[in-house]
Ligand binder design. Structure first.
Ligand code: CUA
Length: 157
């Protein structure tokens, strides 16, 4: 027995299915052809030993060369360490972050740096700070009662 499907219903199903296929194509294109992937945690770390594991035993700013820096952050309830870093305008900074407790966010306002900080993993993202100013680093994953106060600053001079 053939089920009767109304013509409009069939059009609508075709439309819905086409959209699904289109969106999947866009996602696959972005991921593979455009290489647009979330910042990946390629490096693992023992979350119970973050305070003893270099370089996270001394979180903070490292100068690599002129205009090139890296910063190691420990994100934990409810703060970032370091609280403030100061860099010259035009610098390219690579941020490395890990967490000894729960999942945190690592989002720098007015930049494209936005990653998750997951216990057991080191996540990384880079940004070139062309404009001087104070950039706010925020936790954007709800991590507990003090989540709203979890922030730090990046001073670009
Ligand atoms: Cu850490 Cu929200």
């Amino acid at each position: 027995m053939r089920m009767h499907v109304h013509r409009y219903e069939r059009w609508w199903m075709t439309f819905g299915f086409s959209m699904l296929v289109l969106f999947l194509c866009i996602i696959f294109f972005a991921a593979f052809a455009d290489n647009m992937n979330p910042p990946s945690g390629l490096q693992q770390i023992d979350p119970t030993r973050v305070a003893q594991t270099p370089p996270f035993d001394h979180p903070g700013l490292r100068r690599l060369s002129d205009g090139k820096y890296e910063v190691y952050y420990v994100a934990q309830i409810f703060s970032f360490n370091p609280q403030t870093v100061t860099i010259p305008a035009g610098s390219t900074v690579t941020f490395y972050a890990t967490s000894p407790d729960v999942v945190h966010g690592f989002s720098i306002v007015d930049t494209d740096v936005n990653m998750m900080v997951i216990p057991g993993w080191v996540n990384a993202a880079s940004h070139t700070f062309r404009r001087p100013g104070t950039y706010l680093l925020l936790c954007n994953e709800y991590c507990g009662i003090g989540h709203a106060n979890m922030a730090a600053k990046i001073e670009v001079q």
